[in-house]
Design a protein. Sequence first.
Length: 424
Amino acid sequence: MSLFKPKSQNIPSETFAALDIGSSKVCCAIAKMNREINSDKTMNIKILGVSSHVAKGIRGASIINLEDLEDSILNGIHTAEQLAKQNIQSVYVNLPAEALQSHYITTKISLHGQPVKEHHLQKALDVSRDQSIGVGRRVIHIFPLSYDLDDSTNIHDPKGMLGDTLTTCLHVISAPVHLIANLSACIGRCHLDVNAFVAGPYATALSCLVDDEKEMGVTLIDIGSNSISMMSFYNGSPVYMGCIPVGGNHITHDIAQGLNTNISQAERLKTLYGTLLGALDDRETILVTQLGEDNTTFANPVSKSFLMHIIKARAEEIIEAIEKALRSQRIEPIALQRFVITGGSSQLQGFREAIQAHFNRVVRVATPQGLQGIGDVVHTPTFSLCAGLLHYAMRDHQGLQLNRALEKPKGLVGRTWGWIRQHV
């Protein structure tokens, strides 16, 4: 083994683990690459163990109780390890969309008439790291959007072309340093290392979008419990990322308020009867246990149409908020010609049809792709983000570039220190 070659994690068993830390749940999955090649010459991910526990100690992008979050992570990890029948040492972790910011940076590299080589493209990425993205923020991903070579513009791949000046347009995603530090500390207290932090919307895209969609233009909408994240693609690259602070839990709370019932009952009513389809019928009623009552003895009959009215009102508000967020950005119109929705709240009956009617665009509901797993949960929109972390991990194990913006050690001293960190 070369002294300065980084030590790969879990290479003998080819296993890797994902940790999806959300506002409502902490999901952990342990998987490995399935060496059976499909007809399209791709490898599937085989799920060995998966678990989901109620998230505590975190709200959106803020950790509010480190010990509670640690307990949630430990519970999720322990259950997944028991199902997988093996322990893990490191995880791939998502960063919530609420904490992320997009930056658009242009860099210029002098070529002096030489052909463009790989190290020139790498230098453009290195230069972008040095540009200011705001105090207290760290670059997580760097996505090249386009290249200009002298007077030639919008070049997809300039390698091998001759010129004097290479101009690169980059989409950079950053996150708060303090959030990364606190998550690292919390995960470290669980005796785990972090392989990589991955932007949540990007991870979701890896499991839900097909290559043709990303090339032709698509906007992914992940409808979570407390927020909705959006990421638009064109020419294979993310051109926009955004988030709005509203989600499925807001519908649940509206039901609880409107029907004077508790949160768990409101969630049950939303799951059983919630729909955005069909005409309202005042004659059909449902029994609703009132807030503070512990049985159905004092349940009140409530018109089902009133429940549907509450759900529709908030759903329309959510769709309008999505439109406002997308219109406020300079997004290529072609990236908005089709929509893909996922996330737990995307399963609300009629949500797809409502978005399709509002935007007059093709809409599909996405579930994670390329998985072989235990149980049905891994094939539902709720698992999309965690599945995306597994896709990121698998490609990372294969040595593919995933636009990770981690600084590489340079020089003998840097390589030596990198080797020590990997092996000691």
